[in-house]
Ligand binder design. Structure first.
Ligand SMILES: C[S@@+](CC[C@H](N)C(=O)[O-])C[C@H]1O[C@@H](n2cnc3c(N)ncnc32)[C@H](O)[C@@H]1O
Length: 268
């Protein structure tokens, strides 16, 4: 374990950027509602350690939190934070949510921030969550919802209406509809042996000065641009340029809605 956080040390300051803004939007809602009675917690899809360390510290030194993720590079970063801050009651494990490397009933709480909704096989992960939870254990997860970036998708639709590209229009509809709904999540959780105890929703505004600023934002590039290009098809550059102009026409700048939900469920 290293010494106390030192603001003059480069390697300490490099670890100060705890969570990307995107993670924090949902993570704050999750931390407002996650049950804090657990002695043994798992953060499923912990990435670079969020909300793993926050959860471990809020649960306190008598509790223990493990984080699991297949992403090796993120786990290295998380390990550096764990050692440097330090967070003594947390551990990191490389693994897949569909095959969790833990014994039955090992945890009282499984939390997942924008995690399971991004997995390739969420159903298998929910079955594994149920297996590793002790009787009476809780699952708390955050997700973004249908309605996400509604203003941008409405502008995208107007652009495609003008170009008359029916196939692109269909692709856009499918892309918009692939996100979670609270009703769908309730059904999925019930099918995997959970009963929903509470649901907490919030719409967070994401503001930009212009459409160009939206499309150039690093996180948009990282998280959304490939999918939007696939929706636009062959003339993607032109269509996305028209989308930026359509957004620019919004007086007072562009505000994109990010509807989020946290669902807390009990092992039925
Ligand atoms: C959107 S990121 C969220 C990361 C982190 N919880 C946060 O809030 O910043 C989704 C995470 O899920 C992880 N992931 C994807 N598939 C997974 C799987 N099958 N099992 C466990 N984690 C997985 C990714 O590696 C990534 O770290």
């Amino acid at each position: 374990m290293s010494a106390r956080f030192d603001p003059a040390r480069d390697e300490h300051v490099a670890l100060f950027d705890e969570a990307p803004l995107w993670s924090a939007l949902a993570g704050q809602l999750l931390l407002e509602h996650v049950p804090l009675s657990a002695a043994r917690a798992l953060d499923l899809g912990c990435g670079a350690g969020f909300p793993l360390f926050e959860l471990a510290e809020r649960l306190g030194p008598r509790a223990f939190a493990a984080g699991v993720d297949p992403w090796e590079t993120a786990l290295r970063r998380a390990n550096a934070k764990r050692a440097t801050w330090p967070v003594r009651n947390a551990a990191l494990v490389r693994g897949d949510g569909a095959h969790l490397p833990f014994r039955d009933g090992a945890f009282d709480l499984v939390a997942s921030n924008l995690g399971v909704n991004n997995f390739s096989d969420p159903g298998a992960a929910f079955d594994e969550c149920r297996r590793v939870l002790a009787p009476g254990g809780a699952l708390a997860l955050s997700t973004n919802l249908v309605g996400h970036f509604a203003e941008l998708y409405a502008a995208f639709e107007r652009v495609l209406e003008r170009t008359g590209d029916g196939a692109a229009h269909e692709r856009l509809r499918a892309h918009v509809a692939h996100r979670a709904t609270v009703a769908g999540l309730r059904d999925t959780l019930a099918r995997h042996g959970f009963s929903v105890a509470s649901v907490h929703e919030r719409v967070v505004p994401w503001r930009f000065a212009s459409g160009g600023a939206v499309l150039a934002h690093h996180f948009v590039e990282l998280g959304f641009m490939d999918a939007w290009r696939a929706v636009a098809g062959e003339r993607a550059d032109e269509t996305l340029g028209a989308l930026a102009a359509e957004l620019d026409a919004t007086p007072g700048g562009v505000t994109l809605s990010v509807p989020l939900a946290v669902v807390v469920a009990a092992k039925a």
